[in-house]
Design a protein around this ligand. Structure first.
Ligand SMILES: [Zn+2]
Length: 155
């Protein structure tokens, strides 16, 4: 048995306003678990993405999230749950005016290859991106794999 308090788990640098990685804190063996808070405009993810081997389930507790999906935009509000199969592209963003609180589950923990697409101004289209840590260590940077342009910075 393991028990933790979410607020006791340190946050990490992410696209989200607050991300608390709970997987190791709760000693989860087979599922990845993260707690998120999104200010208006913030996203769970660095881009429109998919995980080759991992399904993802978003439990929205407060606020409203708009997910870009392969089937168009889907709104998910407080008390609703949305699930994406392995290989399905998606990105959830807080398009409302209230903060979003959500728990996100992924299984298995090993996501396999993940692909992230972001808009690149130099390429003029959405391209595959990589995520790297900034040299100062205090930010994460997304970079276009086609031309090398920095497409985003998250602190
Ligand atoms: Zn580019």
């Amino acid at each position: 048995m393991d028990k933790i308090r979410i607020d006791d788990v340190d946050g990490e640098i992410d696209s989200a306003t607050v991300k608390r990685p709970l997987t190791d804190a709760i000693s989860a063996a087979n599922v990845a678990l993260n707690y998120y808070e999104l200010a208006p405009g913030d996203s769970f993810a660095y881009g429109y993405h998919m995980h080759e081997n991992q399904e993802e389930i978003f439990v929205v507790q407060d606020g409203r999230v708009t997910f870009e999906t392969e089937e168009g935009d889907i709104d998910v509000g407080a008390g609703e749950v949305i699930r994406f199969a392995p290989g399905e592209y998606q990105q959830g963003t807080n398009t409302g005016e209230e903060p979003v609180v959500a728990l996100v589950l992924g299984a298995p923990q090993e996501a396999g290859e993940s692909k992230i697409l972001r808009e690149c101004v130099d390429c003029g289209e959405r391209t595959p991106n990589t995520i790297e840590r900034a040299p100062d260590g205090h930010a994460k940077i997304t970079r276009c794999l086609a031309c090398g342009t920095e497409t985003g910075r998250f602190e």
